[in-house]
Design a protein around this ligand. Structure first.
Ligand SMILES: Cc1cc2nc3c(=O)[nH]c(=O)nc-3n(C[C@H](O)[C@H](O)[C@H](O)COP(=O)(O)O)c2cc1C
Length: 195
């Protein structure tokens, strides 16, 4: 059982990072392996829709020589992909949007002369996010976008943990939020054990 956490915040000690920490601690307690990738540290070009990736249905196949291949490999090799991002303008941050686009084409061989397979069919995906608005108004559009992304890609969307940031003067992390993160980790591990 392996989780791959794609971290989209520019702040390594920011709110989303503080929420991920107890989540990872719970994975450790259950001896679940995990990789965390800080997307802001990576070079990720935006997709240019050249469709080079559609020629060979067995590989990522992108023509850009950047860090997306390494991220593709990590996601391809995991059981659960976690999209961990603060909400920026009702969606994820730019490097996460860039890798979502690159994976959408590189993983889904739907866009060539004939429709091919989804290379990540059946993989599980979940969201961990923080936002300034109440999650129902801050994270709802991102969650709906990811639900559709998963349906389109034949991924299994298994849920979201969303916590509110009450502003720069307030302490973000609380015992209650830590508890939610631990519960969320246990719930996701449970969905894997059922499969
Ligand atoms: C550029 C920018 C855009 C933001 N846009 C939104 C938004 O659309 N909706 C929202 O609820 N919060 C928004 N926020 C607030 C952040 O989502 C929130 O502060 C988050 O907890 C920051 O997480 P971090 O510390 O991990 O970066 C925005 C913050 C920034 C800096």
């Amino acid at each position: 059982m392996k989780f791959c956490i794609l971290s989209g915040s520019p702040r390594k000690n920011g709110n989303t990072a503080q929420l991920i920490r107890p989540f990872l601690e719970e994975l450790d307690r259950h001896k679940v392996q995990h990789d965390q990738i800080w997307l802001h540290d990576k070079h990720i070009e935006p997709c240019v829709a050249c469709r080079s990736c559609q020629k060979d249905w067995t590989i990522f196949g992108c023509r850009f020589q950047d860090d997306a291949q390494e991220i593709f490999d990590k996601v391809y090799g995991c059981d659960v992909m976690i999209l961990a991002t603060p909400i920026y303008c009702w969606y994820c941050t730019p490097p996460m949007k860039a890798i979502l686009d690159r994976l959408m084409y590189g993983m889904n061989k739907y866009y060539g002369d004939e429709k091919g397979p989804s290379l990540w069919k059946g993989k599980k995906a979940a969201i961990i996010t923080t936002c300034g608005y109440r999650p129902e108004k801050g994270a709802d559009l991102f969650e709906e976008g990811i639900r559709r992304y998963c349906r389109h890609s034949q991924l299994d969307y298994i849920g979201m943990l969303a916590e509110r940031d009450f502003g720069y003067k307030a302490e973000f992390i609380t015992e209650e939020k830590k508890k939610h993160a631990g519960e969320f980790a246990r719930r996701l591990i449970g969905t894997l054990s059922e499969a």
